[in-house]
Design a protein around this ligand. Sequence first.
Ligand code: HEC
Length: 140
Amino acid sequence: MKAVLISALLACAIALPAQAAGDATAGAQKIKVCLACHAVGPDATEKVGPILNGVVGRAAAAEPGFGNYSAPMRVAAANGLVWTPDKLMLYLEKPRNLVPGTNMTFYGLKPDDAANVIAYLETISPDYSPNPPPPAPPPQ
Ligand code: HEC
């Protein structure tokens, strides 16, 4: 009995980090709920919402071709909002909790789905690094 309990606990401990990191393959399916309003990929064009290529790690309201950001989103950007995985998690779960008044009228995702979608968005954000390299040393 004790052994069963311990192995169950171990299984959880091993499963949890994978869950937190999200599954990009599942996210590539789930992103379809976003594609009514957003485009991704090499042929992406602006829709009701901005193109999502490269969004992870980018400042909010900074997609160069999108001219339709709401005033609240621009204010959030001016206050320093950057789309780190943590902020994306909050926004995708309940857009209006993170940016009250955003015109992304989306009901929000469950945490698991949001983590998966973020893992997928990372795969189309080549400039994003969770651990940015240290700044180069000054020239001698
Ligand atoms: C009903 C249309 C709609 C749906 C569905 C939708 N979005 Fe949006 N999204 C928008 C609009 C419009 C904006 C611009 C919001 C603003 O300026 O307040 C936006 C903004 C964003 C931003 C901020 C982009 C930036 O450049 O600052 C992200 C990230 C985002 N959406 C991700 C998603 C993801 C991921 C999904 C699917 C889970 C999704 N959205 C579903 C309409 C939508």
